[in-house]
Unconditional design. Structure first.
Length: 287
């Protein structure tokens, strides 16, 4: 997924810079001559997965084309505390004005990638795959989902537009599962293929979903691991299977061992903690 070239990412960066810099970096303007140059290091202060490095040039070029960035690690590397991630050189005003925006991006994305890897590693020896959700920071959907992919998860739908997901409220509004699926099939007739997933709240729902044509995946919503195992046996490979709701780090492996294909986890985005990363100016060695 190459979302980092999406135009919305640059707009997000520009908005973040305007939010932070406003009418100008008054402290730097008053203390540092405009023609001063500087060098700085981005330093990892705790262990984790680094994510967001490709965005550093997008941040600093908003201030000056003369900022040079030297990456010392690769995107997605598991990095130990104390590691220098990158060095930047250029106009001091550009480095200091872009510092906070660059750090906010690296810290958030690395936190999401790190939490995702922790979850993914728990079930790495099973067939189940972690899926992210739409529980992302508003405006950060592409970055959050990029970060989960760096951490080892697969992307679920990006929004309401790229997959049909018939959930409990749709079923209630339509009067039942069969009615909702029927309307979807009728509406999709003649359109480009798009996946259809239906939420099941009970084993009776699973049986009704299996009786419908045009469904690709069944979601076991708030099932226990034992009920998920029953559901997987009932589906018997006829549809893709997904577990969702009530998934925690403590029970994640139980759901994976139940034989489900996918496990969607909102916590990898909505509860991720930003990693501690700093940017420190230094004086380059002479000669």
């Amino acid at each position: 997924m190459n979302v980092l070239h999406d135009a919305s990412i640059l707009r997000l960066i520009q908005f973040a810079i305007r939010e932070d810099v406003g009418s100008g970096d008054i402290t730097t303007d008053l203390t540092i001559p405009l023609d001063n140059t500087a060098s700085a290091r981005f330093l990892m202060k705790q262990d984790g997965v680094i994510c967001g490095l490709p965005l550093l040039p997008l941040v600093f070029r908003e201030f000056s084309p003369e900022v040079h960035i030297d990456l010392r690690v690769h995107e997605g590397d598991v990095v130990a505390a104390g590691t220098v991630l990158a060095t930047v050189e250029g106009p001091a005003h550009a480095l200091l004005a872009g510092e906070r925006t660059a750090l906010n991006i690296l810290q958030r994305m690395s936190g999401v990638a790190t939490k995702t890897k922790v979850y993914s590693d728990v079930i790495a020896d099973t067939k189940a795959k972690i899926l992210d959700t739409r529980k992302t920071i508003p405006g950060w959907r592409l970055l959050d989902k990029y970060a989960t992919s760096i951490g080892g998860a697969m992307n679920h739908r990006f929004g309401l537009y790229d997959m049909v997901m018939i959930k409990d409220n749709h079923i209630t509004a339509c009067g039942g599962i069969a009615e909702a699926v029927g309307r979807v099939r009728e509406g999709l007739d003649g359109r480009a293929p798009i996946k259809v997933e239906v939420e099941a709240r009970s084993m009776d729902d699973v049986l009704e979903i299996l009786s419908c044509e045009g469904v690709d995946r069944v979601m076991f919503d708030n099932f226990t691991p034992e009920l998920v195992a029953d559901g997987v046996r009932t589906v018997n490979g006829r549809l893709e299977t997904e577990a969702s709701g009530g998934i925690t780090y403590a029970n994640l492996r139980d759901y994976a061992l139940a034989g489900v294909d996918y496990i969607s986890v909102g916590a990898i985005t909505h509860s991720a903690v930003a990693l501690d990363i700093s940017m420190k100016l230094f004086v380059p060695k002479q000669g």
